[in-house]
Design a protein around this ligand. Structure first.
Ligand code: 8YV
Length: 326
């Protein structure tokens, strides 16, 4: 029997690839070449399924030209890089990798929050530049984390994991979400209190964004929202570029209308707005929120399991568009 054909569009762990090769004819990309849309389209010819990351975009146009695919398996929880409606119309299954990254990504939100509040990047740059010639009492004074109000916009599984971690810091948690959590989930999330978006922005000392990106969440944090925040507040974005209007954020940071930002995601990444690099009051990282060895392995395994199920005629565990099975 001929094996199904699979494209693994980005480099992955060699053992994960080997396991896929035992079951499928695999075209891999261990050099991790970034394929243009045309190249990705060309390589998807004759393939039954593709494994890709959120860096690859599959527009309605590309999907319409590849309706022979049975499954698109994203190695990410977010799937705004894929036109899911177009895939559903074409009867193509789309899968993601939820849950396995919740705790690691929540850890990372805290990494950025604390680095931000205590000016870790800024003071390290100062030290590395050889400018630390004198200890000073008022040097790099930051904001406290303990006892502060933690605001969370987007209270899904990762948002709740961020909230749980605040217990040890005696923080008050407020959140805004499309819908209010069940009381038992609020209780587990350090007694998080549901508030309107405006109250969240006005009251948070540290605001963490954990929203999925969509047309509805495009620029939910723009000039008007930043203007509501405290001048001492810090902002963390571990979710997606495009949720924040980067130009408006740069202006707010430059004019110290908020204290600082910790950003792991950017509009048009990896080509972030160059002005970010000129600001002292930012911590900037290259989209590494889920990047622990253990979690990236779990994500690769999860995407493989989805692919194997899809090509074996079973329901993939993380199917986003179950309507295609009807
Ligand atoms: C991915 C992410 O590693 O899961 C997501 O949505 O943003 C990250 O965890 C990255 O997007 C690569 O696909």
């Amino acid at each position: 029997m001929t094996k199904p054909n699979v494209l693994v569009a980005r480099a992955t762990f060699p053992d994960v690839l080997e396991r896929l090769q035992q079951q499928f004819e695999v075209e891999s990309n261990q050099d991790d070449t970034i394929f243009s849309t045309e190249e990705l389209h060309r390589r998807m010819q004759g393939k039954d399924a593709v494994i890709m990351t959120s860096s690859e975009r599959l527009s309605a146009e590309v999907i319409a030209a590849n309706t022979h695919l049975k499954a698109i398996c994203n190695v990410a929880v977010g799937y705004n890089n894929i036109d899911v409606a177009a895939a559903s119309n074409a009867g193509i299954m789309v899968t993601n990798t939820p849950d396995v990254l919740n705790e690691t990504t929540a850890d990372y939100a805290w990494t950025l929050l604390m680095a931000n509040a205590r000016r870790v990047s800024e003071s390290e740059h100062f030290l590395r530049a050889g400018k630390w010639t004198n200890w000073r009492f008022d040097q790099f004074l930051g904001a406290d984390v303990h006892g502060a109000t933690l605001g969370i916009l987007g209270m899904g599984r990762i948002g709740q994991a961020v909230a749980r971690r605040s217990m040890g810091f005696d923080m008050q948690v407020i959140y805004h979400n499309r819908s209010r959590l069940a009381p038992e989930l609020e209780a587990r999330a350090n007694n998080a209190r549901y508030v309107g978006k405006e109250e969240l922005l006005r009251s948070a000392d540290h605001l963490v964004l954990v929203l999925p990106y969509s047309a509805e969440t495009h620029h939910v944090i723009g000039a008007a929202e930043l203007a509501l925040m405290k001048p001492t507040a810090t902002l963390v974005n571990i979710a997606r570029g495009g949720i924040v209007d980067d130009v408006a954020l740069i202006a707010a940071l430059r004019e110290k209308r908020i204290a600082s930002a910790g950003l792991d995601v950017f509009e048009n990444e990896p080509a972030l707005h160059p002005d970010f690099l000129t600001l002292p009051n930012v911590v900037l990282t290259p989209h590494i929120g889920s990047g622990s060895e253990k979690t990236r392995r779990a994500m690769a395994d999860c995407a493989s399991a989805n692919l194997v199920a899809a090509l074996s005629g079973e329901r993939p565990p993380n199917l986003i568009n179950p309507q295609v099975l009807k």
